[in-house]
Design a protein around this ligand. Structure first.
Ligand SMILES: NC(=O)C1=CN([C@@H]2O[C@H](COP(=O)(O)OP(=O)(O)OC[C@H]3O[C@@H](n4cnc5c(N)ncnc54)[C@H](O)[C@@H]3O)[C@@H](O)[C@H]2O)C=CC1
Ligand SMILES: NCC(=O)COP(=O)(O)O
Length: 341
């Protein structure tokens, strides 16, 4: 047993009106079948109790702190209580819950830095609900980097990686409008992203010499400059620099032909130029078992690949598979020395 095994994972509540509570309760109920490591849910016990009734499942909820979660986990669902402040109706998001949603994420990060948990797993947030409440970050990824900076005084570049059994993919630009992508796509952004990916795949995923397939931005990777110039002028020089540094990067590859079965065998991770270029193939190939993992942070963070799914919250049909995969991956990578703060 390693030191990390002695600590629980923190599981943030996410939007309480979404499927976060459903899948957290379902994961706990099936903890033995999935061989789940202990986690502590950071959120509102009242929301869980109501949701369990709606789902017609019996789950004993135990309020505790991180230290108490390990012993509680086999018999009860451990919760570090944070009130949502309003009555939550499944499927009906409410801006008044934003404060508690954000506090849950902040608490999980503090627990990571204080060495009380081995890493954090986040349940989905509805970004528009948080924006309405004045939240100044596009998503968890950017918020977590800011929280890390506040704590360490050091800026970090958070890198989003979607990891499934058939494909790992990383978007260089993340939550920005598509019209802003070409301007945000700099050689520096590609270099910094790829260096973090190469280092973390080695340190946290056990790939000694990760192979990075870099996508082009334009159709046919620009067709020698006839269909856009970013591929030749920005992406290609970045790949040349990475190769000089000993990183096995290649491309730019036409994005339409790099995700079929045979092509995927030639690389360990696809480096994509924008959000949907990376996330569409990952979700098409493995919506139920892919995980969103943030690289480049000084602590472990994973998340299911899906969103809040308000349309099915409280109905007993939300599948917990991606959350289960996220919990298991967080536990795995928290064992690596580099994951420790
Ligand atoms: N990590 C995060 O916090 C993420 C948050 N989101 C947020 O989620 C909200 C809704 O986004 P959508 O694009 O509608 O994506 P979504 O993933 O919530 O839903 C897409 C479709 O998949 C279904 N679905 C999702 N998860 C499922 C599960 N576990 N079991 C069964 N069916 C499932 C939904 O019912 C829906 O039909 C947005 O506000 C978005 O910002 C989206 C992705 C990640
Ligand atoms: N589509 C993935 C997504 O939006 C997740 O973002 P984050 O909240 O993990 O930053």
């Amino acid at each position: 047993m390693t030191a990390a095994d002695m600590l629980p994972l923190a599981l943030s509540q996410g939007d309480p009106a979404g499927i976060g509570p459903d899948i957290a309760l379902t994961a706990w109920l099936n903890r033995e079948q999935y061989q789940l490591p202990p986690f502590i849910f950071i959120g509102d016990p009242a929301v869980l109790e109501v949701r369990a009734r709606e789902l017609e499942i019996e789950v004993p909820i135990r309020e505790t702190d991180a230290a108490g979660a390990i012993s509680a986990f086999s018999n009860a669902f451990p919760v570090l209580p944070i009130s949502t402040g309003v009555d939550v109706v499944a499927g009906e998001p409410h801006v008044a819950t934003a404060k508690g949603t954000i506090a849950s994420i902040e608490t999980a990060v503090s627990l990571c830095f204080d060495g009380k948990v081995r890493g954090m797993v986040t349940n989905p947030i509805a970004k528009s609900v948080l924006y309405e409440a004045g939240f100044g970050f596009p998503g968890h990824t950017e918020f977590l980097a800011d929280l890390a900076k506040r704590r360490t005084g050091k800026a970090c570049r958070p890198v989003m990686m979607l990891a499934g059994p058939k494909l790992k993919a990383v978007p260089v630009t993340i939550h920005i409008p598509i019209r802003d992508v070409p301007n945000a796509l700099t050689e520096t952004a590609i270099l910094e992203t790829c260096r973090i990916v190469a280092a973390d795949l080695k340190a946290r995923f056990g790939l000694e010499h990760p192979r990075l397939a870099v996508a082009g931005l334009n159709p046919h990777a620009g067709e020698d400059g006839a269909i856009g110039h970013e591929d030749e002028e920005i992406i290609h020089p970045a790949i040349m620099q990475l190769r000089k540094e000993g990183i096995d990067a290649f491309g730019p590859l036409p994005a339409d032909t790099m995700f079929h079965d045979e092509a995927r065998h030639r690389y360990d991770v696809a480096i994509c130029m924008y959000h949907d270029q990376a996330l569409i193939p990952v979700k098409a190939l493995g919506f139920d078992d892919s995980v969103n993992v943030t690289l480049g942070l000084p602590f472990v963070r994973t998340s299911p690949d899906h969103g809040t799914a308000f349309g099915i919250a409280g109905q007993g049909i939300a599948r917990a598979n991606s959350l289960v995969a996220a919990i298991r991956l967080a536990a795995d990578i928290s064992q690596t020395a580099e994951a420790q703060i």
